[in-house]
Design a protein around this ligand. Structure first.
Ligand code: TRP
Length: 361
């Protein structure tokens, strides 16, 4: 069976290490595994506009930031199609037909949409476009016949909604669309990286992110002032690793080799955690180690990003070429959909003959 990946991000800011461990790093591994026939990575500008309608310039400016983050992390335009959502008008057409297959109450039950409505104070003023973005996301996924959607846990309800639309469409119009599967990060710490302040989510508005494009000094400063265990007041006190973002970041980033290189007193993270919980290990030392681990991972990304940024027109060219390829794929799927829906009137010889006969009598 053909294996196809589609995934993407809203261009509302530079990407941070939550995006990186939650999805980006995995995408690069999947891309390089050679196990996928086609890979599509989408900059979801149209979806970003559904909750940024008053701020289109923000979306416009961040397209290039996200593209630079993608390429710097190792997404390779020779292996993955990088494209911009709004350049594929077929997606709107598909969404329009999918709207008939989804009820308002089903959309209202979508947990991700529910939280986002609260976060944005949309309770009384929710734009229709935002409310229906899960439908448009189903178009994003099905247009490319994606079998695999690597995303963070928060996107699970979107994939579920997509699967329901696929079942419904195939049921009404005949087997046409491909049923996608979600692919979650396999490391639990990576499911949702907390902010440097300990809040559940990294978010630009909370100012608690470490960005892939941060300088060495910025990263160091952010780690130095990170929230840890508030009950760990003196070095001798026993500490807690659960819910402690310093240890969650270590869970996400640290490998045994890092100990060998930066902190040979311990063999692995379990030993370090045990000492911290026993007491007698200060936060400053742990943070210093975390800084070494994260710097090592982000340094090559940052350096590639600076290099890539020297030729911005070339980045737009990559996105333009990718959008052309993506559009051809979506157009093919749309044409199959319209045939299944029997709204391909002019190509339907049988229909024309049948109507001619009816009126001929
Ligand atoms: N909703 C995703 C996000 O907020 C972005 C996105 C849009 C997406 N369409 C998609 C992700 C299709 C996966 C598949 O980051």
């Amino acid at each position: 069976m053909t294996k196809i990946i589609l995934t993407g991000d809203r261009p509302t800011g530079r990407l941070h290490i939550g995006h990186y461990v939650g999805s980006l790093k995995r995408r690069v591994e999947l891309q390089n595994s050679g196990k996928y026939d086609e890979i599509y990575i989408m900059i979801a500008d149209a979806q970003a506009l559904t909750d940024n309608m008053e701020n289109p310039e923000k979306v416009r400016q961040n397209i290039i930031e996200v593209a630079l983050d993608y390429l710097a992390c190792g997404l390779d335009p020779k292996k993955s199609v990088l494209f911009i959502q709004s350049q594929i008008p077929e997606l709107c057409e598909m969404s329009f037909y999918y709207m008939n297959l989804v009820t308002v109450s089903r959309l209202q039950r979508n947990p991700t949409v529910k939280t986002e409505i609260q976060m944005r104070n949309f309770e009384k003023t929710i734009p229709v476009g935002f409310f229906t973005y899960p439908i448009s996301q189903a178009a994003d996924i099905t247009a490319f016949k994606a079998t695999t959607v690597p995303v963070g846990e928060d996107q699970a309800p979107m994939i579920e909604q997509t699967r329901e639309i696929v079942y419904k469409f195939n049921n009404v119009y005949g087997e046409t669309l491909t049923l996608p599967d979600i692919l979650l990060p396999d490391n639990k710490a990576c499911l949702r990286l907390p902010g440097t302040d300990g809040k559940a989510k990294m978010s630009k508005s909370l100012n608690n992110c470490i960005y892939l494009s941060d300088t060495e000094e910025e990263i160091q400063q952010k780690i130095k002032t990170m929230y840890t265990d508030p009950t760990h007041l003196r070095v001798e006190d026993p500490g807690h690793v659960e819910g402690n973002p310093v240890f969650i970041y270590l869970d996400a980033f640290c490998k045994d080799e890092h100990f060998e290189k930066y902190w040979p007193e311990y063999k692995n993270l379990d030993e370090l955690k045990a000492h911290y919980m026993r007491g007698g290990l200060g936060d400053v030392k742990v943070k210093k180690f975390l800084n070494n681990v994260i710097q090592e991972e982000l340094r090559p990304i940052r350096e590639r990003r600076l290099e890539l940024a020297k030729d911005i027109p070339a980045i737009y060219k990559i996105l333009e070429e990718g959008s052309k390829i993506a559009r051809a794929k979506a157009a093919q799927t749309l044409s199959e959909m319209k045939e299944a829906m029997k709204i391909n009137y002019f190509a339907d010889k049988e229909l024309i003959a049948q109507q001619a006969e009816k009126f001929g009598k």
